[in-house]
Structure formats: C-alpha cells, structure tokens
Design a protein around this ligand. Structure first.
Ligand SMILES: NC(=O)c1ccc[n+]([C@@H]2O[C@H](COP(=O)([O-])OP(=O)(O)OC[C@H]3O[C@@H](n4cnc5c(N)ncnc54)[C@H](O)[C@@H]3O)[C@@H](O)[C@H]2O)c1
Length: 267
C-alpha cells in the first residue's frame, strides 16, 4: 500500500496512458500523495473508476482535437493543471532491414513508423502544447516526459522507438528553455529494463528476440551481467521518481533527462 511521502495536495496532475503499466502506478502514487489525478487513455481501468482523487477520461493522445477538448474540460472542471506526465507510449520492435529474411513483418513499415511516431512524438508535443498554454497563464507547472534508455543509447531492433524517445529528450531541453521564464519546469525520465508491463508482452519479446538474432523461446536476460544493480527496475521506483519530480521538492530540476536504469546506462 502506498503511503504519502510528499505533499501534492491541491495539485491537479494529468497522466497520459494511465490505465496500465508504469502509468497506472504513477496515477496511484500521485493520488496517494494527495494530488487530484486525471488519467487520459484509450483503454479503461476499472479500478480507477471509484478511486479517491482519480478521474479517467478517454483520449487518444495522437489526435490533437481530442487532446485540446479534454484539456479544456479539465480546466473547466478543476480550474488549473499543475503537472502533466506525458507517459502514453508504444513500441513495436522492428529492424530497419530484415536481413535474416524470414520475418518481413518485423521490418519497419510506414504503418509502424506512423503508429509509433504519432503516439510517442506527436502525442507528446500536442499534449504539452495544450497544457503549456494553461501553465503559461498560471505562471507555474511541471511537464514530465517519458523518454527511455533507448532514446539515449539507441536500441538494437527498436530504431524508430529509439528515435522517438531521443526526440522526447530533446523536446524536453528546448521546452525547458522556452518555458522556464513562466516558472514551468520540463523534465524527462529515461528508464531502462524494468519489471514487465503490457508494453513488454510476449509478442513484443518475441519480436525483439528476432530483431536481435536471439531464440524467441529462450530470451531470459542475465540481469546481473547487464545491469550493475543486478535486477530490473521496479515499476514503483519509476512512479516514485515521477512523484518526486511532480513535487515542489524538485523545484530547481528542469531541462534534463533523468536516467533510472540501475546504472545500465550512465548518460
Ligand atoms: N516499460 C518499460 O520498461 C519502459 C522503459 C522505458 C520507457 N518506457 C516508457 O514509459 C511509458 C509507459 O510504458 P509502459 O511500459 O507502461 O507501457 P504500456 O504499454 O504498459 O502502457 C501504455 C499505456 O498507454 C496507453 N496508450 C497507448 N496508446 C495511447 C494513445 N494513443 N492515447 C492514450 N493512451 C494510449 C495504453 O492504453 C496503456 O495504458 C512509455 O512512454 C514507454 O515508452 C517504458
């Protein structure tokens, strides 16, 4: 059971993609610490429907009109927006060229590129834009963008996703420079290998194994060899970082991407 360890009372926080995986944990942690949280997702989460401090709204972040409408609805209902967590993201492991020649479906297609880029980049940009308009008027706010170790290092078999996440890290720097004068912080977070979420489902693991020339039926990783802390990150550890960054304790952190990889990446 999460306990309150920072005071977010009075803050209104939006988490995109809050129904599952990391986003679900972020919603729960922010709400447990007193924030009023609004989860924007295309999928439902029944547990959130009757949860204290949590509201859910359906929104496809890749459609700017839906984002604009839902942000207006949130301002009308709650009066202000203090935190935006741009968490919704998708991954399809794809090779630039299927040089193994047996699974052409794992070669990056135009549809794959558009699907990932529309959600991972366009969604992030237009959610940030709609919310930043509100935060500029308030002269306060925090925008937290989910990047990835893949975006800092490049990930074999995930070049499109890596490019999207690199873009997110650089949007973060540029927006921090644009919006700092309005007392708005912009920060990115870059997780590495973590406890499994729906994003890392069996189909995704199988595809990733193929792109890396590994046996899809035997892809258990030797975490001790690849992660200095010897284990995957916990979902709760990422939610804790988001909660801290949302709080006033992080009031001088802006324009940077925070690595949370157990030292797997040291960027
Ligand atoms: N899981 C990891 O190990 C990991 C590592 C690095 C970065 N990340 C990043 O963290 C974020 C969350 O990852 P996750 O593993 O929890 O993913 P997930 O697939 O488990 O959950 C993603 C959530 O986003 C929602 N979503 C998808 N498309 C959407 C859309 N168009 N509009 C609104 N909501 C949408 C889904 O319904 C789901 O609730 C992503 O941005 C991901 O790239 C995850």
């Amino acid at each position: 059971m999460t306990q309150q360890w920072v005071n977010l009372e009075g803050k209104v926080a939006i988490v995109t993609g809050g129904s599952m995986g990391l986003g679900e944990a972020m919603v729960n942690e922010l709400a447990a610490n007193g924030a009023q949280v609004i989860s924007l997702d295309v999928a439902a989460n029944d547990a959130h429907k009757n949860q204290a401090n949590v509201a859910t709204m359906t929104c496809d972040v890749s459609h700017q009109k839906e984002v604009t409408a839902v942000v207006k609805q949130i301002v009308d209902q709650y009066g202000h927006i203090d935190v935006l967590v741009n968490n919704a993201g998708v991954s399809r492991p794809r090779m630039l060229v299927d040089y193994y020649g047996t699974h052409p479906e794992y070669e990056l297609s135009e549809d794959d590129f558009d699907f990932m880029t529309n959600i991972n980049q366009k969604g992030v940009v237009f959610c940030a834009q709609a919310v930043a308009r509100v935060m500029i008027k308030q002269k306060a706010g925090v925008i937290i963008n989910m990047s990835s170790e893949a975006g800092l290092e490049g990930s074999k078999g995930q070049s499109c996703y890596s490019g999207n996440k690199a873009a997110v890290a650089v949007y973060t720097k540029a927006w921090a420079k644009e919006l700092g004068q309005f007392n708005i912080r912009v920060v990115a977070v870059a997780p590495g290998v973590n406890e499994r979420t729906p994003m890392n489902n069996d189909a995704a693991f199988k595809a990733l194994a193929y792109t890396r020339g590994q046996d899809p039926n035997n892809i258990s990783s030797d975490y001790k060899a690849i992660i200095p802390l010897g284990r995957p990150g916990k979902i709760s550890e990422i939610a804790d970082l988001i909660t801290y960054l949302s709080s006033d304790h992080a009031s001088y952190i802006s324009g940077t991407t925070i690595n949370i990889t157990g030292a797997k990446s040291t960027r």
